[in-house]
Ligand binder design. Structure first.
Ligand code: SAH
Length: 215
Protein backbone atom coordinates (compact mmCIF):
# COMPACT_ATOMS: atom_id res chain seq x y z
CA UNK A 1 0.00 0.00 0.00
CA UNK A 2 1.61 3.21 -1.14
CA UNK A 3 1.02 6.85 -0.22
CA UNK A 4 -1.49 7.27 -3.09
CA UNK A 5 -3.55 4.40 -1.80
CA UNK A 6 -3.66 5.98 1.65
CA UNK A 7 -4.43 9.45 0.25
CA UNK A 8 -7.36 8.07 -1.76
CA UNK A 9 -8.63 6.18 1.27
CA UNK A 10 -8.42 9.44 3.26
CA UNK A 11 -10.42 11.29 0.58
CA UNK A 12 -13.14 8.63 0.83
CA UNK A 13 -13.08 8.92 4.63
CA UNK A 14 -13.59 12.69 4.37
CA UNK A 15 -16.54 12.24 1.96
CA UNK A 16 -18.03 9.82 4.47
CA UNK A 17 -17.52 12.29 7.37
CA UNK A 18 -19.27 15.02 5.37
CA UNK A 19 -22.20 12.67 4.67
CA UNK A 20 -22.40 11.94 8.38
CA UNK A 21 -22.78 15.64 9.17
CA UNK A 22 -19.29 17.07 9.72
CA UNK A 23 -19.62 20.49 8.06
CA UNK A 24 -16.52 22.45 9.08
CA UNK A 25 -14.20 22.52 6.05
CA UNK A 26 -11.15 23.22 8.19
CA UNK A 27 -11.81 20.12 10.27
CA UNK A 28 -12.38 18.07 7.11
CA UNK A 29 -9.08 19.35 5.66
CA UNK A 30 -7.26 18.42 8.87
CA UNK A 31 -8.77 14.92 8.65
CA UNK A 32 -7.66 14.73 5.01
CA UNK A 33 -4.11 15.67 5.94
CA UNK A 34 -3.17 13.70 9.06
CA UNK A 35 -1.94 10.19 8.06
CA UNK A 36 -4.01 8.04 10.47
CA UNK A 37 -2.36 4.87 9.12
CA UNK A 38 0.91 5.96 10.73
CA UNK A 39 -0.72 6.09 14.18
CA UNK A 40 -2.28 2.61 14.22
CA UNK A 41 -0.66 -0.79 14.75
CA UNK A 42 0.91 -2.29 11.58
CA UNK A 43 -1.67 -5.09 11.35
CA UNK A 44 -4.61 -2.63 11.30
CA UNK A 45 -3.12 -0.17 8.76
CA UNK A 46 -5.41 -1.49 6.01
CA UNK A 47 -8.42 -0.38 8.09
CA UNK A 48 -6.96 2.97 9.10
CA UNK A 49 -9.46 4.96 7.01
CA UNK A 50 -12.62 3.03 7.81
CA UNK A 51 -14.80 4.94 10.24
CA UNK A 52 -14.15 2.80 13.28
CA UNK A 53 -12.11 2.80 16.47
CA UNK A 54 -9.09 0.47 16.34
CA UNK A 55 -7.23 -1.26 19.18
CA UNK A 56 -3.80 0.08 20.13
CA UNK A 57 -2.13 -1.50 23.15
CA UNK A 58 -2.27 -1.14 26.94
CA UNK A 59 -6.08 -1.09 26.69
CA UNK A 60 -6.14 2.08 24.58
CA UNK A 61 -8.00 2.53 21.30
CA UNK A 62 -7.60 5.13 18.58
CA UNK A 63 -10.98 6.85 18.40
CA UNK A 64 -13.35 6.55 15.45
CA UNK A 65 -12.60 9.29 12.85
CA UNK A 66 -16.19 10.61 13.03
CA UNK A 67 -15.86 11.14 16.79
CA UNK A 68 -12.45 12.83 16.42
CA UNK A 69 -13.97 15.15 13.80
CA UNK A 70 -17.10 15.81 15.89
CA UNK A 71 -15.07 16.66 19.02
CA UNK A 72 -12.65 18.87 17.08
CA UNK A 73 -15.47 20.68 15.27
CA UNK A 74 -17.28 21.32 18.57
CA UNK A 75 -14.22 23.14 19.96
CA UNK A 76 -14.51 25.78 17.18
CA UNK A 77 -10.76 26.37 16.92
CA UNK A 78 -9.50 29.30 14.82
CA UNK A 79 -5.77 28.57 14.88
CA UNK A 80 -4.81 30.76 17.82
CA UNK A 81 -5.67 28.42 20.68
CA UNK A 82 -3.81 26.69 23.45
CA UNK A 83 -5.42 23.26 23.76
CA UNK A 84 -5.20 20.43 26.28
CA UNK A 85 -5.97 16.84 25.31
CA UNK A 86 -6.43 14.27 28.08
CA UNK A 87 -5.70 10.75 26.80
CA UNK A 88 -2.98 10.89 24.13
CA UNK A 89 -3.33 7.26 23.02
CA UNK A 90 -1.74 7.08 19.56
CA UNK A 91 -1.26 10.84 19.21
CA UNK A 92 -3.69 10.99 16.28
CA UNK A 93 -6.32 13.20 17.94
CA UNK A 94 -3.62 15.60 19.17
CA UNK A 95 -2.22 15.81 15.62
CA UNK A 96 -5.66 16.70 14.22
CA UNK A 97 -6.10 19.37 16.94
CA UNK A 98 -2.63 20.70 16.13
CA UNK A 99 -3.69 21.48 12.53
CA UNK A 100 -6.34 23.85 13.91
CA UNK A 101 -4.74 25.35 17.03
CA UNK A 102 -1.49 27.11 17.92
CA UNK A 103 -0.29 24.71 20.59
CA UNK A 104 -1.48 21.38 21.99
CA UNK A 105 -0.47 19.77 25.27
CA UNK A 106 -1.54 16.13 25.52
CA UNK A 107 -1.26 13.98 28.62
CA UNK A 108 -1.23 10.18 28.91
CA UNK A 109 -0.74 7.75 31.81
CA UNK A 110 0.84 4.88 29.83
CA UNK A 111 4.60 5.39 29.18
CA UNK A 112 4.65 3.16 26.04
CA UNK A 113 1.89 5.26 24.47
CA UNK A 114 3.73 8.47 25.32
CA UNK A 115 6.75 7.08 23.43
CA UNK A 116 4.56 5.92 20.52
CA UNK A 117 2.88 9.33 20.24
CA UNK A 118 6.08 11.38 20.61
CA UNK A 119 7.45 9.75 17.45
CA UNK A 120 4.37 10.73 15.45
CA UNK A 121 3.03 14.13 16.55
CA UNK A 122 4.12 17.47 15.01
CA UNK A 123 6.40 19.91 16.86
CA UNK A 124 3.53 22.04 18.15
CA UNK A 125 2.34 19.11 20.29
CA UNK A 126 3.87 18.51 23.71
CA UNK A 127 3.31 14.97 25.04
CA UNK A 128 3.32 14.63 28.83
CA UNK A 129 3.38 11.45 30.92
CA UNK A 130 0.97 11.78 33.85
CA UNK A 131 -2.55 11.69 35.22
CA UNK A 132 -4.62 14.12 33.16
CA UNK A 133 -7.83 13.58 35.12
CA UNK A 134 -6.88 16.71 37.06
CA UNK A 135 -5.76 18.50 33.92
CA UNK A 136 -2.34 20.06 33.61
CA UNK A 137 -2.30 23.12 35.91
CA UNK A 138 1.23 24.24 35.02
CA UNK A 139 0.20 24.99 31.41
CA UNK A 140 -3.31 26.34 32.23
CA UNK A 141 -5.43 28.24 31.34
CA UNK A 142 -6.52 26.60 28.08
CA UNK A 143 -8.88 27.83 25.39
CA UNK A 144 -10.13 24.31 24.77
CA UNK A 145 -9.88 20.85 26.33
CA UNK A 146 -10.60 17.51 24.67
CA UNK A 147 -11.00 14.49 26.96
CA UNK A 148 -10.76 11.18 25.11
CA UNK A 149 -11.58 8.82 27.98
CA UNK A 150 -14.91 8.59 29.81
CA UNK A 151 -15.19 10.55 33.07
CA UNK A 152 -17.65 9.58 35.83
CA UNK A 153 -18.94 13.16 36.00
CA UNK A 154 -18.21 16.62 34.66
CA UNK A 155 -14.61 17.20 35.82
CA UNK A 156 -14.68 20.53 37.68
CA UNK A 157 -10.87 20.75 37.95
CA UNK A 158 -10.66 20.68 34.15
CA UNK A 159 -13.34 23.34 33.80
CA UNK A 160 -11.36 25.52 36.24
CA UNK A 161 -8.40 25.32 33.84
CA UNK A 162 -10.43 26.90 31.01
CA UNK A 163 -10.31 30.55 30.09
CA UNK A 164 -13.58 32.47 30.06
CA UNK A 165 -15.25 31.52 26.77
CA UNK A 166 -13.33 28.24 26.81
CA UNK A 167 -14.80 24.91 25.63
CA UNK A 168 -14.38 21.34 26.81
CA UNK A 169 -15.61 18.17 25.10
CA UNK A 170 -15.81 15.17 27.38
CA UNK A 171 -17.56 11.79 27.42
CA UNK A 172 -19.44 11.31 30.69
CA UNK A 173 -20.80 8.03 31.98
CA UNK A 174 -20.02 4.52 33.24
CA UNK A 175 -16.72 2.70 32.60
CA UNK A 176 -18.38 0.19 30.32
CA UNK A 177 -21.39 0.77 28.13
CA UNK A 178 -22.63 3.99 26.70
CA UNK A 179 -21.63 7.50 27.67
CA UNK A 180 -22.78 10.97 26.64
CA UNK A 181 -20.33 13.15 24.75
CA UNK A 182 -20.88 16.66 26.14
CA UNK A 183 -19.69 20.09 25.08
CA UNK A 184 -19.41 22.57 27.95
CA UNK A 185 -18.78 26.27 27.31
CA UNK A 186 -17.75 28.58 30.14
CA UNK A 187 -19.32 32.00 29.79
CA UNK A 188 -20.07 34.83 32.16
CA UNK A 189 -23.05 36.94 33.02
CA UNK A 190 -23.83 39.45 35.79
CA UNK A 191 -23.91 36.77 38.46
CA UNK A 192 -20.53 35.26 37.54
CA UNK A 193 -19.42 32.39 35.35
CA UNK A 194 -21.83 29.77 34.12
CA UNK A 195 -21.68 26.65 32.01
CA UNK A 196 -23.64 25.91 28.90
CA UNK A 197 -23.92 22.16 28.31
CA UNK A 198 -24.80 20.54 24.97
CA UNK A 199 -25.08 16.79 24.32
CA UNK A 200 -23.28 15.85 21.10
CA UNK A 201 -23.59 12.07 20.79
CA UNK A 202 -23.80 8.73 22.55
CA UNK A 203 -20.34 7.19 22.61
CA UNK A 204 -18.19 4.37 24.00
CA UNK A 205 -14.79 5.45 25.29
CA UNK A 206 -12.32 3.62 27.52
CA UNK A 207 -12.57 4.80 31.14
CA UNK A 208 -10.66 7.81 32.43
CA UNK A 209 -8.43 6.54 35.24
CA UNK A 210 -6.65 8.60 37.89
CA UNK A 211 -7.72 10.82 40.76
CA UNK A 212 -10.81 12.30 39.12
CA UNK A 213 -11.44 9.19 37.02
CA UNK A 214 -13.25 5.89 37.48
CA UNK A 215 -10.40 3.86 39.03
N1 SAH B 1 -6.94 10.41 21.67
C1 SAH B 1 -6.43 9.08 21.43
C2 SAH B 1 -7.37 7.98 21.87
C3 SAH B 1 -7.26 7.79 23.31
S1 SAH B 1 -7.89 6.31 24.04
C4 SAH B 1 -6.02 8.89 19.99
O1 SAH B 1 -6.24 9.79 19.18
O2 SAH B 1 -5.43 7.84 19.67
C5 SAH B 1 -7.91 6.90 25.70
C6 SAH B 1 -6.56 7.11 26.33
O3 SAH B 1 -6.76 7.76 27.57
C7 SAH B 1 -5.81 5.81 26.64
O4 SAH B 1 -4.57 5.85 26.00
C8 SAH B 1 -5.66 5.84 28.15
O5 SAH B 1 -4.43 5.28 28.60
C9 SAH B 1 -5.73 7.34 28.44
N2 SAH B 1 -6.10 7.72 29.80
C10 SAH B 1 -7.03 7.17 30.62
N3 SAH B 1 -7.06 7.82 31.80
C11 SAH B 1 -6.14 8.82 31.71
C12 SAH B 1 -5.70 9.85 32.62
N4 SAH B 1 -6.21 9.96 33.85
N5 SAH B 1 -4.75 10.71 32.21
C13 SAH B 1 -4.21 10.60 30.96
N6 SAH B 1 -4.58 9.66 30.06
C14 SAH B 1 -5.53 8.77 30.44
Amino acid sequence: MNQDWHAQARDRMVDDLRRKGIWDDRVLEAMRTVPRHQFVLPDTQRSAYTDSALPLFAGATISQPYIVALMTQALRLDGSEHVLEVGTGSGYGASVLARLAAKVVTIETVPELVEWAKKRVPDSVQVILGDGSLGYPSAAPFDAISVTAAAPELPSTLIDQLRLGGRIVVPIGPQSGRQQLRLVTVSDNESGSRHEVVDLATVRFVPLTGRAGHV
